[in-house]
Design a protein around this ligand. Structure first.
Ligand SMILES: Cc1cc2nc3c(=O)[nH]c(=O)nc-3n(C[C@H](O)[C@H](O)[C@H](O)COP(=O)(O)OP(=O)(O)OC[C@H]3O[C@@H](n4cnc5c(N)ncnc54)[C@H](O)[C@@H]3O)c2cc1C
Length: 387
C-alpha cells in the first residue's frame, strides 16, 4: 500500500493529504471517538505517493535549533483580557492585516464547532482569540492559504505544531509572505467529545449554549476558568472541577498521535511560538500580571523581524528556555498517555455525556486543588504581596 493509510493511528489529522491528493481520492472521516482520519478510495488511487511525501508525520519539515525566549504582554489590556495569556497573538495578527494581509486561525462556528477560518479585518479577529481545547478542523484551509500566498498577500497562519508542520509540508517550499505562529500544545480531545459536552452543559443551563470560553478571566484573572453561556444564564468554574476540562488537563482524552507528538520540543516548525508563561512568578516575579503573561519563542529570522515590528506595543523581557520549560512540560516532551486512555472514549456516546461525567475515570477532584482554588482572589493577592 503506497498511500497515507499506512500511517494508522500516528496520523495527527492535519488533513494535508486530503488537500494535496491529485486524484481527490482521500477524504477525512471521523473514527468512533470522533477524530478525523484519512480514508483512501483505492479504486481511484494511483499510488503516486504524494500524500506520503507531504505528510508531516512521515517526512521531516525544517526546524529551528535554539529559539530566543521572551516573556511578554500586549499593552492593550482590554484586548489581553479576552485572550488566553499575554495576548500576543492579536498585535501579530493586526500587523499582518495592516499590510493588506489575511489571518488564518481557529474559531468556533455558530454551533461551537472549532474550525480554522480566514479573517480579513481587525473586527473579525476576536473570533480567533482564546484557546479552544479541542481539535480544530483544518479541511480545505491549506489550499486557501496557498491561494492567498500565490496572489501575493501577506499571510499569517496560526495553529498547533502539527497543523503548522502540516502546512509547511503541504506547501513544500518557503514563501517570503508567510508567517507561521504555533502554540505550545498539551494535546487535543475529539470534536465529538466536545459536542457531547456542549450539549450536556446546554441541558444543565436549560438552553443551547451560545458561547464557551475555556480561559475566561472574569472571575479569577489569568487561570484555568471556563465560562459557558446560553444567552440568559451562564456558568463559570475552575477547569479541574469540570468533567471535560479536568480530563483534558489530566491528558486523558487526547488524540492517540498527541502522546507521541514530534513537535513537542524546542525544535519548532513555526516562526514564532506562543504559550502561557507558567512559572513567571518564580522566574520573573516583577513581570507577573493577573491579566496574563505570554511566553514567546522566536524561532526564525522572519519571526524576529515581525516581533521587532510590534515591540512598541508590548512589555517584553528576555528569558531562557530552561526557565520557560520548568512548568511547561510540552516544550520538552509530549504528554504522557495515562492507562485510562484505553477505555475513556468507551464511556460515552452521543447524548450520554452525563453518565460519562459521573465515572471516576473521567473526573476525580484532587482535594488539595479544591482547597487551593477556594481561596478568594483578594486573599491570593494579599499573600502574593507578602512573598
Ligand atoms: C489544545 C491546546 C493546548 C494548549 N496547551 C498549552 C500548554 O500545554 N502550555 C501552554 O503554555 N500553552 C498551551 N496552549 C496555548 C495557550 O493556551 C494560548 O493559546 C497561547 O498562550 C496563545 O495565547 P495568546 O494570549 O497569545 O492568544 P489568544 O488570543 O488566546 O489566541 C489564541 C490563538 O490560538 C489559536 N487556537 C485556539 N484554539 C486552537 C485550537 N484548538 N487549535 C489550533 N489553534 C488554536 C487561535 O488560532 C489563535 O491564534 C494550548 C492551546 C491549545 C488550543
Amino acid at each position: 500500500m503506497n498511500n497515507i493509510m499506512q500511517l494508522g493511528k500516528s496520523c495527527c489529522g492535519c488533513s494535508g493529504c486530503e488537500q494535496i491528493c491529485p486524484k481527490n481520492c482521500i477524504s477525512m472521516k471521523p473514527d468512533h471517538e470522533g477524530f478525523l482520519y484519512p480514508e483512501v478510495d483505492e479504486s481511484i488511487c494511483i499510488e503516486c505517493g504524494i500524500c506520503i511525501k507531504h505528510c508531516p508525520i512521515l517526512t521531516d519539515v525544517s526546524r529551528c535549533n535554539i529559539p530566543k525566549v521572551y516573556a511578554a504582554k500586549y499593552k492593550d489590556r482590554g484586548s489581553t483580557f479576552k485572550s488566553t495569556s499575554g495576548g500576543l497573538f492579536i498585535p501579530i495578527a493586526k500587523s499582518v492585516l495592516s499590510m493588506g494581509g489575511v489571518v488564518f486561525g481557529c474559531a468556533y462556528d455558530e454551533n461551537l464547532v472549532a474550525k480554522h477560518i480566514k479573517v480579513e479585518t481587525e473586527d473579525g479577529l476576536y473570533r480567533l482569540q482564546s484557546s479552544k481545547y479541542v481539535q480544530s478542523d483544518t479541511r480545505g484551509i491549506y489550499k486557501q492559504v496557498k491561494t492567498e500566498l500565490e496572489n501575493g498577500k501577506e499571510v499569517l497562519f496560526s495553529g498547533t505544531g502539527c497543523q503548522a508542520a502540516g502546512l509547511r509540508s503541504f506547501l513544500g517550499k518557503d514563501y517570503g509572505n508567510l508567517l507561521i505562529t504555533d502554540i505550545v500544545c498539551h494535546g487535543v480531545p475529539s470534536p465529538k467529545l466536545f459536542k457531547n459536552y456542549i450539549d450536556y452543559m446546554g441541558k444543565k443551563l436549560g438552553g443551547t449554549l451560545t458561547s464557551y470560553n475555556f480561559r475566561s478571566k472574569e472571575k479569577r484573572g489569568w487561570d484555568l476558568y471556563y465560562k459557558a453561556e446560553n444567552g440568559q444564564k451562564s456558568k463559570s468554574d475552575y477547569g479541574f472541577f469540570d468533567p471535560y476540562y479536568s480530563a483534558f488537563l489530566y491528558c486523558k482524552t487526547y488524540r492517540e498521535s498527541c502522546y507521541e507528538c514530534k513537535f513537542a520540543n524546542k525544535n519548532r516548525v513555526s516562526d514564532i511560538t506562543l504559550a502561557d508563561y507558567w512559572g513567571i512568578q518564580k522566574f520573573h516575579p516583577e513581570f507577573f500580571d493577573e491579566n496574563g503573561v505570554s511566553l514567546v519563542l522566536v524561532n526564525t529570522e522572519k519571526g524576529k523581524k515581525y516581533l521587532e515590528k510590534i515591540k512598541d506595543k508590548l512589555e517584553i523581557i528576555e528569558s531562557d528556555y530552561n526557565k520557560a520549560s520548568v512548568m511547561n512540560a510540552n516544550l520538552v516532551h509530549p504528554s504522557k498517555r495515562p492507562s485510562c486512555r484505553d477505555s475513556i472514549y468507551d464511556g460515552f456516546d452521543c447524548g450520554n455525556f452525563e453518565t460519562y461525567a459521573k465515572t471516576k475515570l473521567a473526573f476525580k477532584i484532587n482535594p488539595k486543588t479544591k482547597i487551593k482554588k477556594m481561596i478568594p482572589l483578594g486573599v491570593k493577592r494579599f499573600l502574593r504581596k507578602l512573598r
